[in-house]
Design a protein around this ligand. Structure first.
Ligand SMILES: [Zn+2]
Length: 326
């Protein structure tokens, strides 16, 4: 009976969130990486990054999200703005803002999939498939752009926003994976084709594994009635940083080695993500859900630390060659 109730609650919960599109860590996940990155950043890096972001091209509307005035102290406004920045790449999916959408949105930048087959619980990499997304290539490209002394602050602003977003996305293991099976001969699109709903569920109510991972934080620790979003993200970020102190990652940051970040995240697909107890068309077991959330918390914390240190390396110690003018 208890199992039945748990299952029902899970399905109801999933149904509520099913309308959200699958697009990488959701808003909550990306804001947590922003929060953690900000904690790692030096005052100089913070200052430079905010100034550069505010110089973003007008059609991106990236700079307009900064509250230049307001009741909050300036430091709080900067911090709040910075937590928003990793979500910009998802915000621009909104087709209602036509120019911004056409110029800045790129759906295949959000992942870098390795095609593979799971044979006896081992990874068998496959080749000869269509390109599996641009996340790693774009991270490298934007990294180089930021290091380029002739790049403008407007260009660097866009580069920072993408690095903050894609750096988070590729720590979601399913943003690095296209598992090939008899059911999905062209790859499962990062688990988007791996359904957790029972066979015969109407299309609009179908839930898939990719969605399960993207929205994992909010499902495990939902926001409470009176809490404002900033407090909620702060609470989550603090919890994760306490459970995973910086010392855990200090020697594994591999700054600038985006291919390594992808490989490391991809490896979890054969262990925690496609674990032996995960069954198609079934609600994941309690054990699966627990392990998944544990890994997600680790990956988000690692991503936040890496991104914070990446920005420190770019902007923390040297004054950018291009004059920093908002
Ligand atoms: Zn994304």
């Amino acid at each position: 009976m208890r199992q039945l109730i748990e299952k029902t609650v899970f399905l109801i919960f999933m149904a509520i969130f099913t309308v959200l599109p699958a697009m990488g860590w959701d808003d909550v996940g990306h804001k947590i990486t922003g929060y953690i990155a900000w904690q790692r950043m030096s005052p100089q890096a913070r200052e430079n990054v905010i100034k550069i972001l505010r110089a973003a091209p007008e059609d991106s509307q990236l700079g307009t999200f900064y509250m230049a005035y307001g009741p909050e102290p300036e430091d709080t406004r900067k911090f709040e703005y910075f937590m928003f920045v990793p979500t910009w790449a998802d915000v621009i999916r909104d087709r209602a803002f036509d120019t911004r959408y056409k110029k800045h949105h790129h759906s295949n930048w959000h992942y870098s999939d390795t095609f593979w087959k799971q044979v006896n619980w081992k990874i068998e990499p496959l080749s000869g498939f269509e390109e599996g997304g641009q996340a790693v290539a774009k991270l490298m490209e934007f990294d180089a752009l930021i290091r380029n002394a002739t790049a403008s602050n407007a260009e660097k602003a866009i580069a920072i926003a993408w690095i903050m977003h894609l750096g988070g996305d590729i720590h979601q293991p399913l943003h690095t994976s296209a598992r090939v099976t008899d059911t999905e001969p062209k790859g499962d699109q990062g688990g988007n084709l791996f359904l957790l709903s029972p066979v015969g569920t109407a299309r609009e109510n179908q839930l898939n594994l990719h969605w399960f991972w993207d929205s994992i934080v909010g499902r495990n620790i939902p926001i409470e009635g009176n809490t404002c979003e900033r407090e909620y993200i702060e609470m989550l970020g603090k919890k994760m940083m306490k459970d995973h102190p910086y010392s855990e990652f200090q020697n594994k940051l591999n700054l600038g080695k985006y291919t390594d970040w992808q490989k490391e995240s991809f490896a979890y697909n054969n262990t925690v993500v496609f674990s032996p107890d995960l069954k198609r068309n079934e609600t994941p077991s309690e054990k699966y859900k627990k392990n998944a959330f544990k890994l997600a918390e680790r990956q988000l914390t690692l991503a936040g630390n890496r991104l914070g240190e990446t920005l420190n390396a770019f902007f923390g110690t040297v004054t950018p060659a291009v004059s920093v003018v908002p």
